[in-house]
Write a new protein. Sequence first.
Length: 337
Amino acid sequence: MATPLRDIPTTIITGFLGVGKTTAITELLRLKPARESWAVLINEFGEVGVDGALLQGQQGDDSGIHIREVPGGCMCCAAGLPMQVGLNHLLIRARPDRLLIEPTGLGHPKEVLQVLSDLYRDVLDVQQVLTLVDARQLADQRYTDNDTFNQQIAIADCIIGNKSDLYQPEDSQRLRDYVQHHGRTHASVLLTTRGQLALSMLDRKADAPPELDDEQSAHPHHHLAQDETPILAIDTPLPASGYLKAENSGEGHRSVGWRFSSDRLFHHDRLFSFLSGIDAMRLKAVFLTDKGAFGYNLTNDALSEITLQTCDESRIEIINKIIDPNWETQLMQCLIA
């Protein structure tokens, strides 16, 4: 009989859209001790599940890294029950030495912490909450007036100013001042580039538990009853057409995503041209092309492309305030007949 799982060292890595959470996790996974088993639970706003495919596609089969996705919105709200099912399966399969959790950038981090504290008090030992921030955003009221953005800073043990190589001199000081006024009293501030973090950061024990009062954590999302498990696009069998489309909305944002069967191949150069021309807050994708498997990541700064070791099927998710109806037609034109 397996030994009960207890006190698994757990780190929550949060931050707003496009700040580099998945990149930071990728960098941390490269530092994983060879003999350890790590688990990663990824929560996405969209429904097709791209982040997990991006991470898994960069790992070898014997990497000791186990990844599980919970798409469909905030993991403590509409995806609450799938989150519990997904986390339970992940822990049983991986029996990890360490767990990393990445909530969606549009989720409610205080409630995520509350769910973990209530349901997994003996199983998980939440040692550190890391919040990634692009300090340039602090000059934009769309971020500083956003409750989720401020919650992510308010719960953090360490606020990480990512992409610091792109900052102006005043951005770093603005971040420190903002954390002093909106962060926890013991919170530290670190600057980094390309999500590069030291492995030792995961083990710093918080000085005090997050403050989770009812007023701060309340929000209007519907919580599912036990018999209301949603069917998400990531779990839906692909139809005869070989692809499906899924949309989601919430927190003033919309997402649209597509999944394609593994026999649908894309023309690499046409695809890259299409992706480069998209004007959106966020885009992530994995594609099977005539030149191999690639992962894509679009932020306000640039579109990046990486080669993947593995890719089971092509997936793309776009998040923006407004969805362009022409994107689907342009995407289909990139398919190889």
